[in-house]
Design a protein around this ligand. Structure first.
Ligand SMILES: [Zn+2]
Length: 455
């Protein structure tokens, strides 16, 4: 009898616990959706303008939100980060030239490109549809045109992006080796329109630097079609971008202190810098504000966390990962703290679908046990994989790295373009991301779900 009673009460306790977990989830999601505080902050952030690393607005955005976080009662501090300074300049234009006819194309300099020579660059164009095709080409005196679309058959647009992005970062190097005077690429976008998408590009030490730009997908299609009709047509390119001396900016750190194990750190993070064609609402204003709203939601709960929940806004993910490197170096050198979990949101503010977990198989399986709690909120894709470029810098055996995975079908339509503005972010979709992170952190802390974090 006794055993039966014990068993019954254990079962009752188990279902009570499950019920209260579901209730706690409901409370977190309800508060988030009811208040939509994070979306308001995101609107404010975007209202301050683009936040390209090294720019005045980037640093001013950090200082502005430090005050917001101070007023909320979080322990904040700035961490100095040296960042490169590249300026787009007032002029970036391209024309398709056929005889006396000139047609303007939508173009943008790739981040890090040198300017075109005085008076611009005008040359015939060679279209390149794969890197393999380059071997047999002589590009002397020509402008190389990489026209490699994102593969629409991939379900993950992230994979499609990954398989096409080489033209952006390596296009100038490979074309220059073949004698090209400049390079234009097809924008890395999953839709056809007149908005060019920028992003960082690279040069190699031993290879001559040439100007590099992205055409809108619409104009890449147009150029490709026009070249088939008239292989002798010319492209004229004018860009006045320039490199300046590096400057100092900041990472922003804000702590919500843990009640029992304050020296154990759970990071929730995003990058505060953005490209400057839009205002970086999705990339990564959304991630930065997911982190802030997560702290806010946890702060509103009845019981504090055992561990310290730390917001980190990294400066300059887009153009060198400087902020994440500075943060990780300081974290590893600090033996008074131990980082146990680090979460990043850098996939936009669309509806959250799941988590990508960088940890051992046992931990991934353990996290998958939470899935039934998240399913009512549409979050169910829990997979082992990469976490994110910024938290990736913290990688070690004893830390769990996690990336929030929102729906990504529309992400690359706006990514790094003038379309990445607050009007592209849906308040409910965005808010579900913050609630998901808050619920996850609350559970992991309560269940001591970190590697070796309980003595
Ligand atoms: Zn980003």
């Amino acid at each position: 009898m006794k055993t039966k009673h014990l068993l019954l009460s254990l079962l009752a306790f188990g279902s009570l616990k499950a019920q209260s977990d579901a209730e706690q989830f409901r409370e977190i999601y309800s508060r988030a959706l009811g208040e939509q505080q994070g979306y308001e902050w995101l609107s404010e952030l975007c209202g301050l303008g683009p936040r390209f690393a090294g720019s005045k607005q980037a640093t001013e955005s950090v200082l502005y939100f430090k005050e917001v976080m101070d007023s909320l009662g979080f322990e904040t501090r700035l961490q100095a980060v040296k960042v490169p300074r590249w300026v787009r300049g007032p002029q970036e234009k391209a024309w398709l030239v056929q005889g006396i006819d000139k047609q303007e194309l939508a173009v943008t300099a790739l981040g890090g490109s040198i300017a075109t020579p005085q008076g611009g660059l005008k040359a015939e164009v060679v279209e390149i549809t794969s890197f393999e095709a380059l071997d047999s080409l002589d590009l002397s005196g020509k402008i190389a045109f990489f026209n490699i679309p994102m593969d629409p058959t991939f379900i993950s647009t992230g994979y499609a992006y990954g398989s096409a992005v080489k033209q952006r970062w390596a296009g100038a190097i490979e074309a220059s080796k073949k004698g090209a005077l400049g390079v234009v690429i097809r924008s890395l976008s999953s839709s056809i329109n007149k908005y060019p998408h920028t992003g960082s590009m690279a040069y190699a030490k031993e290879v001559k630097r040439i100007p590099a730009a992205a055409l809108s997908t619409f104009d890449a299609e147009l150029l490709s079609k026009s070249l088939k009709q008239d292989p002798d047509l010319q492209l004229q390119l004018e860009m006045a971008c320039e490199w300046q001396d590096s400057v100092y900016s900041y990472n922003l750190i804000a702590d919500l202190k843990g009640a029992e194990r304050p020296d154990e750190i759970m990071v929730v993070s995003g990058h505060i810098d953005s490209w400057e064609l839009g205002t970086g609402a999705h990339d990564d204003g959304a991630g930065a504000m997911h982190a802030l709203e997560t702290l806010y939601l946890i702060q509103q709960m009845d019981t504090p966390l055992k561990r310290t929940l730390r917001l980190v806004w990294y400066m300059n993910e887009e153009f060198g990962l400087n902020g994440a490197r500075v943060y990780a170096k300081a974290a590893k050198a600090n033996n008074k703290e131990r980082h146990v979990i680090a979460i990043e949101s850098d996939g936009g503010g669309f509806t959250p679908k799941g988590l990508s977990i960088d940890a051992n198989d046992a931990m991934v399986d353990r996290l998958k046990e939470y899935r039934s709690l998240f399913e009512p909120y549409g979050v169910y894709q829990f997979s082992k994989g990469g976490s994110g470029a910024d938290v990736g810098q913290l990688k070690a055996d004893d830390i769990i790295l996690i990336g929030l995975r929102p729906d990504n079908h529309r992400y690359f339509e706006v990514h790094h373009s003038a379309l990445d503005n607050i009007s592209a972010v849906n308040a409910r979709e965005f808010t579900l991301g913050s609630a998901t992170l808050a619920a996850l952190i609350w559970l992991m802390d309560r269940d001591d779900l970190c590697i070796d974090c309980v003595d």
